[in-house]
Design a protein around this ligand. Sequence first.
Ligand SMILES: [Zn+2]
Length: 143
Amino acid sequence: MALGFANCGDRPCPCGSGDSLLQCCGPLHRGRLKAETAEQLMRSRYSAYALSEVDYLIATHPDAASAAAERRRELRASCRQTRWHGLTVLASEAGRQDDLEGSVRFEAVFSASGERHVLKEHSLFRRRDGQATGEWLYVGPLD
Ligand SMILES: [Zn+2]
């Protein structure tokens, strides 16, 4: 694992922030930092999809633990079949340090089975247990 991490350390972060992975979403994927805003969590989940960081995707979604094993299998398969090409955050509402809830509207370009698609979503994020100290979790799409 250390080798893999060193190898990808200098690459640009897939979320498109312009920072390197190590300066951006990498520390969130490794559990060294928590997302401070809903948009930061959204970006880090996008780059987790791009990098097959399945455990991070599970840890940032409020699914019951019993559903995690199946979810992990589905996510692994989905990550294998999908290539993510870029993320554009169109709008963020609330979801800041002192908020309990927020939403992010984004577009993500991906290809699957040789076809290019654009995923457009308005995502809802909420802090765990509605507590100011809870970490940001992805709840689901709003529309
Ligand atoms: Zn990033």
